[in-house]
Unconditional design. Structure first.
Length: 164
């Protein structure tokens, strides 16, 4: 199971820059301890402050029709709402290519308790219906890892879209 790990690097001036990596833990029997293996570099981490906005007001003002659309449309609306709340340009996220960019480079947007990057965006968009009783858990996990804070009533609506 892979997850996002953030590391910091200090410049000669004492400024810290944060970078994210996709890592997985592996158990070494001989050493009797876990070791992390970096699978992929995800990009530089950009942290943003949040200014709360109501979701329904946001989609009403923006003319976004995501509630009546497909699961992908609903997720796109939620991501755009979260980006708006963090004052991030929506042009940095390409939903068709499932990429997150800033100045044409791979980027990681630190929002809430998660990180929106190429990996977490793909995980969120590729949640599909299964016969497993834990599919609601996998949807919630994908949302938290991507940094999307969803109110309870919206989560229920989104979960119903997955079930369709």
């Amino acid at each position: 199971m892979a997850f996002v790990r953030v590391k910091s690097k200090s410049s000669s001036k004492g400024e810290k820059t944060y970078y994210a990596y996709l890592v997985e833990n592996r158990w070494h029997k001989r050493l009797k301890q876990p070791k992390q293996r970096v699978k992929q570099y995800l990009g530089r981490v950009y942290k943003c402050e949040k200014r709360p906005t109501d979701f329904f007001e946001f989609i009403k003002e923006g003319g976004i029709e995501c509630i009546k659309g497909s699961y992908e449309d609903f997720v796109k609306g939620l991501v755009l709402w979260e980006l708006f709340q963090h004052n991030i340009k929506d042009s940095e996220v390409d939903f068709a290519g499932m990429t997150v960019r800033r100045q044409k480079r791979a980027a990681v947007l630190a929002m809430n308790e998660g990180h929106l990057c190429d990996y977490t965006l793909k995980q969120l968009l590729l949640v599909r219906r299964s016969d497993d009783e834990r599919e609601g858990y996998s949807l919630a996990k994908a949302l938290v890892e991507a940094g999307i804070a969803v109110p309870k009533e919206l989560f229920v609506m989104l979960y119903e879209k997955v079930r369709d």
